[in-house]
Design a protein around this ligand. Structure first.
Ligand code: FE2
Length: 328
């Protein structure tokens, strides 16, 4: 399995404090613009690059760095966990319990137009832990048991969502409070939906689990089968939610595209392979990580202390999806 280390580029040019304030705020984007060719090449060849020493201190600076390397921020739709919004299409990391890891996933792998780039900016590194790691989807594909891959390649994967009091409200996930606009979005994006009494919304969509990279043609394990499975929830929380809303009332769950369940063994097998493929560096204040979200999955280690990470998704692509004979 490929476990090449994450490439790190250093953008050192003396301490930020030495710079005039108004220039300091623009310096990171200016440096990124001057080095966009080199950074773009590293992302294309290695899947991700960590830029150390950019000394970003605000969400706007991170967004400016993204734009400087040709990444146009896009709004998040169908997010599964709450985020703060700092500015148009610039977000905080998800509000996930700090003591629990966020397992490997490709951001928004289930949406119709997937962000092809993701940029993380570290405004404040946590005292311990909290590293964002990446894993190559091709390495994962080749390391997974062939029978597991064959099954998901043949049938895709199914994501079911329930928008109730337990998770992200549908108004947030779809960026509107108008059910007609949600209906239009779902129709255009291949998302099935059902409005339930009390204004609750249930959605489900079937997507390819194994894809070819739109530029390189390389085969990739590309989905959130393991991470968005009900087993990702704390067992106590899961049990409580099932007792409250029933087994179909969980905020998210996954299945194989033929409707068969994703077992604990499948989730553990996928997460073990991801763990072996994971590479990354502990965050330092001011770091920026740029990744190809199609090629690379990412994860977050548990942490202690305050941690502030800004996230930008950008440059959406519509992946060519195989046609499943009985897709809903
Ligand atoms: Fe993520």
């Amino acid at each position: 399995m490929l476990t090449a280390a994450l490439p790190v580029v250093t953008a050192a040019s003396g301490p930020r404090a030495d710079r005039a304030a108004e220039w300091a705020a623009q310096w990171a984007a200016q440096w990124a613009a001057e080095h966009s060719g080199e950074l773009g090449e590293l992302v294309a060849q290695r899947g991700a690059v960590l830029v150390r020493g950019l000394a970003v201190t605000s969400a706007n600076e991170v967004a400016a760095v993204a734009r400087a390397v040709g990444i146009e921020p896009m709004p998040e739709r169908e997010g599964f966990a709450p985020r703060d919004s700092y500015a148009e299409a610039v977000y905080s990391a998800t509000k996930w319990p700090p003591d629990e890891p966020i397992c490997m996933h490709h951001e928004l792998s289930y949406v119709h137009e997937v962000p092809s780039r993701i940029v993380f900016g570290c405004l404040k590194a946590s005292a311990t832990g909290g590293a964002t790691q990446v894993a190559d989807g091709h390495a994962v594909l080749t390391a997974l048991p062939p029978d597991l891959v064959d099954r998901f390649a043949a049938h895709g994967w199914l994501l079911t969502r329930m928008y109730n009091e337990a998770g992200v409200p549908w108004t947030t996930a779809f960026g509107t409070d108008d059910p007609a606009r949600v209906d239009a979005y779902c129709a255009a994006a291949g998302v099935s939906r059902e409005w339930l009494p009390g204004g609750q919304l249930r959605t489900w969509q079937r997507r390819a689990a194994v894809i070819r990279h739109p530029h390189t043609g390389v085969g990739l394990w590309f989905n959130q089968v393991a991470f968005l499975n009900e087993r990702t929830l704390d067992p106590v929380v899961r049990e409580y939610l099932v007792s409250l809303y029933g087994p179909e009332g969980l905020p998210f769950n996954t299945a194989c595209g033929d409707g068969s369940p994703v077992t604990t063994e499948i989730v553990e097998t996928i997460n073990e392979v991801y763990l072996k493929a994971a590479v990354g560096e502990p965050w330092r204040d001011g770091d920026v990580l740029i990744a190809d979200n199609i090629q690379m999955a990412h994860s977050r280690q548990p942490y202690e202390g305050s941690r502030e990470i800004v996230v930008v998704f950008g440059n959406p692509v519509r992946l060519s999806q195989p046609t499943f004979a009985d897709a809903g």
